[in-house]
Ligand binder design. Structure first.
Ligand code: RNT
Ligand code: ZN
Length: 416
């Protein structure tokens, strides 16, 4: 296999050189492209709280494929297995409910970094950097309003939780000598007709101002809006406009979750739309089918356009590349591997575009050449470059990872 891949790569290298693209440079860029793998695909967003209830907060994982991780050791083993089949080095994105609570009931407003020390140690041992998320769903106080709740005691509870999460993220960032990216997403909204929208949004703004009041050196904040949640269909407090305005005004990172827009809206177009006003972007790459269904990411047009826009905007180092899907109907290690590799393949293809040439054609009004080159690039042998990337990283090429995953299923996950 290795020889075949090397031969195909040599030919691809020539084809790309002919249009002025240096494939060695692209391989280097791919090596520096780190995904932030979301821990929650491994267990359908359950987490490890002793007092855990059902998943709530407008999100849902459907399916009951056997083998979900039931505890921290199983989740860690699954992540490492998935990582062994994905070329490159990748980060792990933790939610607060995935703390190492050691059998103790720890409420969300009591959490401290102590419950994440074993994650910090694990991450160091496994050459993995951590990102973080506050968790406002699946809790008796989640209801339909958290940070935007006019009830002061509930609002304060979630402000306290989110502040504590920032402290934890800061400690993670310090330990790994690289900023920990912390995402704030709250499901707040209304199921039916409601009239207090301004009140909820002003309350959310007030909560965010309190949460972000203290500057932290080792973490960065990002905020994620959405269009609707299950059971909260009529109104979302943290809409895309709300967070875009907040991020622009307060210099925060905006999170773009590809499942959080109207079905005909193009998330890729938001990249240049907002990067002129916000410092950086966080992505939650997902795959909505008819709704925010969080199917496994694949190489679809939406994902390709998103990565191409980032490359075309020269914004590679202003974007954090998180994944966010949770399909409970499929082998979960397979879900990580398919989705992560799909994101990398889209990035590979995006990087292989002769950007300077196409840009020049466009600026000179040479519309025919612009269209022709963009179109022809789609069918150039980009896959030979990705295969070479896999070989150089010593991971299976193409569909060969299927056997590894099935073996792990037979020996490990099917016995759970
Ligand atoms: C929900 C948001 C959010 C969650 C995770 C679990 O619609 O996308 O990012 O998926 O935080
Ligand atoms: Zn998301």
């Amino acid at each position: 296999m290795k020889e075949t891949v090397n031969k195909a790569y040599a030919i691809a290298k020539e084809r790309y050189a002919a249009i002025g693209v240096d494939t060695e440079k692209v391989l280097e860029q791919l090596q520096n492209f780190h995904l932030s793998m979301h821990c929650w695909q491994a267990d359908d967003v359950k987490g490890f709280e002793v007092q855990a209830g059902a998943l709530s907060g407008g999100i849902q994982s459907t399916g009951n494929y056997p083998g979900a991780a039931r505890n921290i050791d199983e989740l860690r083993a699954d992540i490492l297995k998935a990582k062994s089949l994905i070329p490159g080095t990748h980060r792990l994105n933790l939610h607060e409910i995935y703390g190492d609570f050691k059998g103790k009931v720890v409420d969300r407003d009591e959490v401290t970094v102590d419950y994440f020390q074993s994650w910090i140690d694990w991450a160091k041992e496994n050459n993995t950097k951590l990102d973080f998320n506050s968790s406002s769903f699946s809790h008796p106080k989640s209801g339909s309003l958290t940070l935007s709740n006019p009830d002061e005691s509930i609002r304060k509870f979630w402000v306290e939780h989110t502040k504590r999460c920032r402290d934890i993220a800061d400690a993670m960032g310090k330990a790994q000598d690289d900023p920990c990216i912390m995402n704030v997403w709250v499901h707040d909204g209304c199921k039916d007709v409601s009239v207090n929208h301004m009140l909820y949004r002003e309350t959310l703004k007030k909560s965010l101002d309190e949460i972000f009041a203290e500057d932290k050196k080792n973490m960065k904040d990002c905020i994620e809006g959405k269009v609707f949640g299950i059971g909260l269909e009529s109104f979302t407090v943290g809409s895309h406009d709300f967070y875009t305005a907040y991020a622009a005004k307060n210099n925060k990172i905006l999170t773009i979750d590809t499942g959080h827009y109207h079905p005909t809206e193009v998330p890729a177009d938001k990249v240049s739309g907002v990067l002129a006003f916000v410092p950086e972007l966080m992505l939650h790459v997902s795959r909505p089918i008819r709704w925010d269904s969080d199917h496994v990411t694949i190489m679809d047009d939406m994902t390709q356009e998103l990565f191409s826009e980032i490359v075309r905007a020269n914004a590679l180092d202003r974007v954090h590349y998180g994944l966010d899907y949770f399909d409970g109907s499929i082998n979960r290690i397979g879900a990580y591997v398919i989705g992560s590799r799909a994101a990398q393949k889209c990035m590979c293809k995006a990087l292989l575009e002769p950007k300077e040439t196409i840009s020049k054609y466009e600026l000179e009004g040479r519309t025919f050449e612009t269209l022709a080159l963009v179109e022809e690039c789609k069918a150039l042998p980009w896959n030979a470059v990705y295969d070479e990337f896999c070989v150089r990283n010593d991971v299976p090429v193409g569909e060969a990872y299927m056997a590894d995953i099935l073996k792990y299923e037979k020996e490990v996950t099917s016995k759970r």
